[in-house]
Ligand binder design. Structure first.
Ligand code: FES
Length: 116
């Protein structure tokens, strides 16, 4: 599966709250800065497909706003709840600009969040 790097935002423009939701190549992506670095995951809870970007990021993990599952931002591992891990996306910072690498193929229905 091919994938492509996409420019997201400069570090200076990154929201002070430490997280950013974006749609990149059809993928809903949650990018967050943690104590360990900047990470990106699919912005879709693996329980019932809620947007994770509405939840808080704390101690390196995002908490789903719907039922409280927690997922590590670094790699997407589910650490609170018995759900599948999140898909994660590579992140790099080039000359102060945050870039995220997503698959060129559009996400499937099981990878899209429920948005109201
Ligand atoms: S939808 Fe996220 S924990 Fe239920």
């Amino acid at each position: 599966m091919t994938q492509t790097w996409h420019t997201l935002v400069s570090e200076a423009e990154f929201p002070a709250e430490g997280k950013l939701a974006a749609k990149i190549g059809g993928w809903h992506v949650l990018v967050a800065k943690t104590e360990d670095g900047t990470f990106a995951v699919n912005d879709r809870c693996t329980h019932q497909a809620a947007l994770l970007s509405g939840g808080r990021v704390r101690r390196g993990a995002v908490m789903c706003p719907l039922h409280g599952a927690r997922f590590e931002m670094d790699g997407g591992k589910c650490i609170g709840g018995a759900y599948k891990d999140l898909r994660s996306f590579p992140v790099r910072i080039e000359d102060g600009v945050i870039e995220v690498c997503v698959p060129d193929a559009a996400p499937g229905m099981d990878e899209l969040p429920v948005t109201l």
